[in-house]
Design a protein around this ligand. Structure first.
Ligand SMILES: Nc1ncnc2c1ncn2[C@@H]1O[C@H](COP(=O)(O)OP(=O)(O)OP(=O)(O)O)[C@@H](O)[C@H]1O
Length: 742
């Protein structure tokens, strides 16, 4: 039976009831220059539309009126592509020199036939005005080079899948890619990094998969659990909650969800435990392993002997004396904290800003060095690690603090840690600062990498916002009372002179900050009822007033921290306006989707990109934009020095402007000066620990701008959003011997 490859030129006739279709078909092998060199195909061709690429199989017949035509017996649709998808594909950066503008010109000119033209008659590209010879050559060259992968690209571009992810899919499945996508796109969620449930779901539904199919609901429920972890910090969901959330998100009945859950009882990705009230708690595997593993390893660590040399009192006194010479007389509590860290395998040092945590670490380090103990300093982010090194005087030494990822020798390509049970860290003592930011997954990996003989000191402020990732580790450990902890509360004289610190403590204690203006004050509240006027005020403060009055540099010293994204004083608009004012005449700029980036812009990475070695919340500066190679170069400041990272234009979705950032994203960073808008429209976010976290980001200057009532609301609201975690209960069960470590 003859088999023809080609494209549908137009539909001559279609019976919508039985899909009987007569179409003009352009054969791939046809003389490319002649427009009327077409074949007629007839048959039942549901869902086939002009511009589409098809393979048809059938029998030739001779119609007395229309002449020779192929009666189609079977046909295969190549993957469908929308005009939007074609524009995205052409401008994705894969074809050098073609950006969104030129891509649009091409697709506007050829419309739905674009694909067919590129495939069959690329010489017709010369009809497009504004497209040079070089552009045409590049397109044709890339089209040929790309072989079958372009078809996958084209299809996926219609679904917002980036070129990188499409390439990853192709690497994983090769020629089977399209078959897998057609049969079960949900498979990709598990097997290809970068394909999320939503993307797979959109593709699946478009390809006609039913909403209540078992693979959809099973993967969908895992997605609900992951979302609950990423967005609300939950390690698990109660069954009731999972059913409600699942039914709502997947648009199916609660019964359908219950039925799938029942079938999933033996799914190795799902763990069910019953809590003390008899309610089933459902875990997605990574969080279950992390939580139960962390509890178990912590217990083992606590129970194992150490290898530290003895610590006679005289030696401690010598260290305390040396500090005294520097006018630092450690308080009883600070001494206790330092000595507890040395005598206990695992301990916690907590307290607000200026209560002497870092000074205590310094004392401990002096002691460890005098006893020749191998130690490592670490923090969850590069910014926090840099600050810890500076504050302890360790920068530039072999003891400089590292990020936890670097300490644990994280390897991006396979998303694993080289330091683990088989290959533990070579230290007797590990100190982690800013521990409130550490989530249960990272804590688990840290514990896995610690030799059993090691000591661990966790330092952090439990009143800060909890980690971005799941769990509430610091608070859970403190509540469990299973790990010895020292809480520092005394504010030192130096710290008392800072109204930022004093007010942070007031707010933490539920009191309104003192806003009396004094000479050399570093904390201000500027009352403004109207958000639009407040926006103008903030812009003026950044651009003119703070630089003129206090000498702050608008770009490098001042950070705007907003509780939310939307509205006149939300992160989005403030960024747009600040860019407009602070970075007007850039050498080069590139528009990408809704965004505009310029050389000199301050930008933030918005997801963990292990390939590039940059993480969610990292801030950098755009140093160059190259149109020929379609790339942007960004400089990030890392604890080990500057890091230059290249982004293809299509990867710009990972960056946002960072003149203004959310309070959540600012965790672990400090800035010379901050400005925080506070309005009742941010009601949901007016929380004490959020305001406290914002204010403690300021090193030298803090201005709150907004409604006095919004400030009151934030201070009063000490309701900390609950996170579902069971670390504390697990530790209790291990302690009581209800559960065993091995
Ligand atoms: N025992 C002490 N005697 C005198 N001054 C002290 C003492 N402990 C700390 N300080 C001083 O108090 C100030 C705050 O201390 P430190 O930086 O250690 O606090 P912190 O809790 O680490 O604060 P932050 O979380 O803001 O970094 C510093 O100026 C420090 O020199």
């Amino acid at each position: 039976m003859p088999k023809l490859d080609g494209s549908v030129e137009n539909i001559v006739f279609r019976n919508e009831d039985n899909h009987y279709t007569v179409a003009r078909f352009r054969l791939n092998s046809s003389g490319r220059l002649f427009r009327d060199d077409l074949t007629t195909i007839v048959g039942t061709l549901p869902g086939v539309h002009p511009g589409e690429l098809l393979t048809v199989e059938g029998e030739w017949e001779h119609d007395p009126r229309y002449g020779k035509q192929l009666r189609v017996v079977s046909f295969v649709q190549r993957l469908p592509s929308t005009t939007e998808g074609m524009i995205r594909y052409l401008s994705s950066g894969l074809i050098k020199g073609i950006g969104p503008k030129k891509a649009k010109l091409i697709v506007e000119h050829f419309g739905e036939q674009t694909l067919a033209i590129l495939e069959q008659m690329p010489e017709r590209l010369s009809e497009v005005r504004g497209l040079g010879v070089k552009d045409r050559q590049q397109i044709v060259k890339t089209w040929i080079e790309q072989g079958e992968i372009k078809e996958l690209h084209l299809f996926l571009q219609s679904h917002d899948v980036s070129i990188n992810v499409a390439t990853r899919i192709y690497k994983h499945y090769g020629q089977d890619s399209i078959r897998v996508i057609r049969e079960n796109p949900y498979q990709l969620v598990q097997e290809v990094e970068g394909i999320g449930f939503r993307m797979a779901d959109e593709i699946a539904l478009k390809l006609g998969m039913p909403v209540d199919s078992e693979p959809r609901l099973a993967v969908g429920l895992k997605y609900v659990l992951t979302q609950a972890a990423n967005e609300d910090g939950h390690c698990f969901l109660h069954e009731r909650e999972l059913v409600t959330r699942g039914a709502e998100m997947l648009h199916v009945s609660a019964e359908a969800i219950m039925a799938v859950l029942e079938q999933m009882r033996h799914d190795p990705d799902i763990f069910t435990e019953v809590d003390s009230e008899g309610e089933p708690c459902i875990y997605y595997a990574p969080f279950w392993y992390a939580e139960s593993g962390a509890a178990r390893l912590l217990r083992i660590l606590q129970q194992s002997p150490d290898t530290l040399p003895p610590a006679p009192e005289t030696l401690w006194e010598r260290v305390f004396e040396r500090l005294k010479e520097r006018r630092i007389l450690l308080t009883e509590k600070q001494r206790l904290a330092v000595q507890t860290a040395y005598t206990q395998k695992v301990s916690i040092l907590t307290g607000g800003p200026g209560t002497g945590k870092t000074t205590s670490i310094r004392a401990l380090l002096m002691f460890l060095r005098s006893r020749r103990v191998d130690f490592a300093l670490a923090a969850p982010t590069g910014r926090a690690a840099k600050r810890l090194s500076e504050a302890t005087g360790m920068q530039g030494t072999p003891y400089a603090a590292k990020t936890l990822h670097r300490l644990l020798e994280y390897t991006p390509h396979d998303n694993s840690y080289q330091r683990n049970e088989e290959h533990p860290l070579p230290y007797q003592f590990v100190i982690v600062d800013e521990f409130s930011m550490v989530d249960i997954l990272l804590f688990y990996h840290l514990l896995k990498a610690l030799p059993r003989t090691a000591h661990l000191l966790l330092v952090g402020d439990a009143d800060q916002l909890p980690s971005v990732g799941p769990g509430n580790v610091l608070r859970d450990l403190l509540r469990s009372e299973d790990v010895p902890s020292i809480r520092l509360t005394e504010l030192f004289r130096q710290a008392q002179q800072s109204k930022i610190i004093v007010n942070a403590h007031r707010i933490n204690g539920g009191l309104l900050p003192s806003t009396r203006i004094e000479a050399r004050s570093d904390f201000f509240f500027m009352a403004e009822e109207d958000p639009v006027r407040a926006q103008k005020l903030i812009l003026d403060l950044v651009q003119r007033r703070l630089p003129a009055r206090y000498g702050f540099h608008p770009l490098t010293d001042i950070q705007v921290l907003s509780p939310m994204y939307r509205g006149a004083v939300g992160v989005h608009l403030l960024n747009e306006k600040l860019q407009e004012r602070l970075n007007t005449s850039a050498l080069a700029e590139v528009g990408w989707g809704e965004k505009l980036f310029r050389v000199g812009d301050k930008v933030m990475q918005t997801r963990n990109n292990y390939d590039k070695g940059v993480f969610n919340g990292d801030v950098g500066w755009i140093r160059s934009i190259n149109r020929d190679t379609s790339t942007v170069k960004v400089e990030f400041v890392e604890e080990a020095g500057p890091l230059f990272v290249s982004y293809a234009f299509h990867e710009l979705e990972e960056l946002v402007l960072a003149y203004a950032v959310t309070v959540h994203k600012s965790q672990g960073s400090e800035y010379p000066a901050i400005i925080v808008p506070l309005f009742r429209e941010h009601r949901m976010l007016l929380q004490r620990n959020l305001l406290y976290t914002a204010i403690t980001r300021a090193k030298r200057f803090c201005v709150l701008v907004g409604q006095p009532t919004a400030l009151e609301l934030a201070v009063q609201n000490d309701r900390v959003i609950q996170r579902n975690t069971a670390l504390m209960e697990r530790l209790r069960r291990l302690r009581q011997g209800v559960e065993h470590v091995q």
